[in-house]
Design a protein around this ligand. Structure first.
Ligand code: 4NP
Length: 148
């Protein structure tokens, strides 16, 4: 089964939402999320994001934030970053010789023409973030589906 790690900044908005959305699409995959920052470690997802997700049928309340570490390299088939800053912060920690794929979330939804998931902690557009995350999660699931 594919092993996917979603990464954002705080691990309380975008990456836990992505974890919940992909888990709904692919219940058998190994899926986790983490933040490059440590401010919210141990906390559940941000209330407004939990509510926006719940309105679409995703339950995020059991998740707890953790920080991304070097040890995540090698544990995942793909590390999926929500924006360019997340991607750069992840790459800064890559161990020498590690070949883990690190990719932007919106690369899985090229039809949107959008390259980053804007941070709803600042934009307050939780539904807009979920729209993008759902589109990319569908693309990620479709791309990894077995072909005949
Ligand atoms: P996220 O949003 O990266 O989507 O979880 C953020 C949440 C909190 C903070 C930054 C981003 N913060 O700086 O506290």
């Amino acid at each position: 089964m594919p092993r996917i790690l979603f990464v954002c900044l705080g691990n309380i908005c975008r990456s836990p939402a992505a974890e919940g959305v992909l888990r709904a699409l692919e219940p058998d995959w190994e899926i986790d999320s983490a933040g490059t920052g440590d401010w919210h470690v141990g906390e559940p997802p941000y209330g407004p994001m939990q509510q926006a997700a719940q309105a679409r049928g995703y339950e995020l309340g059991g998740l707890r934030a953790r920080q991304f570490t070097r040890a995540d390299f090698g544990r995942w088939d793909r590390i999926v970053a929500m924006d360019d800053a997340n991607l750069a912060n992840i790459e800064r920690l890559r161990p020498a010789g590690d070949g883990t794929e690190v990719v932007l979330m919106m690369a899985f939804a090229p039809e949107t023409g959008i390259s980053e998931v804007p941070d709803p902690y600042y934009t307050r557009d939780f539904d807009g973030a979920l729209d993008l995350i759902e589109a990319a999660a569908r693309g990620l699931a479709a791309q990894s589906a077995p072909r005949d």
